[in-house]
Design a protein around this ligand. Structure first.
Ligand code: ZN
Ligand code: ZN
Length: 136
């Protein structure tokens, strides 16, 4: 059976994408940079091989948010679609921009040390105080 292909896009529709989903890593990230760059609490990310993410409409702007990561977003409406890391690491796709977020389910929390104390997500998923070790 081939891997499922999920589709998504930005708020205004200028950017559309497909992502081939074959990874067990879907992480909530509570870090300050994910919070501020998405404008949302606890954005969740599907981590895939870079080649498994394909833009099918439009182009993405890029903001280098740290030496570790770049943020890719619609330059018209601002929706953050993806995060890329230095060579050899996964590409993160925002679960919030999937057409059907029910198609996936988070598997882990990252940067739980930065989660606001009043934000309680009641699950039994593993919680890492800082980065999730995607590559292991
Ligand atoms: Zn847009
Ligand atoms: Zn983060």
């Amino acid at each position: 059976m081939s891997d499922p292909v999920l589709e998504g896009g930005c708020l205004c529709g200028a950017v559309r994408y497909k992502v081939r989903f074959n990874t067990p890593y879907i992480d909530y990230c509570h870090c300050v940079m994910c919070r501020k760059s998405t404008g949302g609490l606890a954005p969740a990310w599907i981590q895939v091989e870079p080649a498994d993410f394909t833009l099918t409409r439009g182009t993405l702007g890029v903001f280098v948010s740290s030496p570790k990561a770049s943020r890719h977003f619609c330059t018209r409406c601002g929706s953050q679609i993806a995060m890329t890391y230095p060579a050899g690491r996964s590409t993160g796709i925002t679960v919030a921009t999937l057409d059907d977020p029910e198609a996936v389910r988070p598997t882990v929390h990252g940067w739980d040390s930065a989660r606001p104390s009043w934000l309680c997500i009641a699950d039994d998923l593993p919680r890492h105080p800082e980065d999730v070790p995607y590559d292991v």
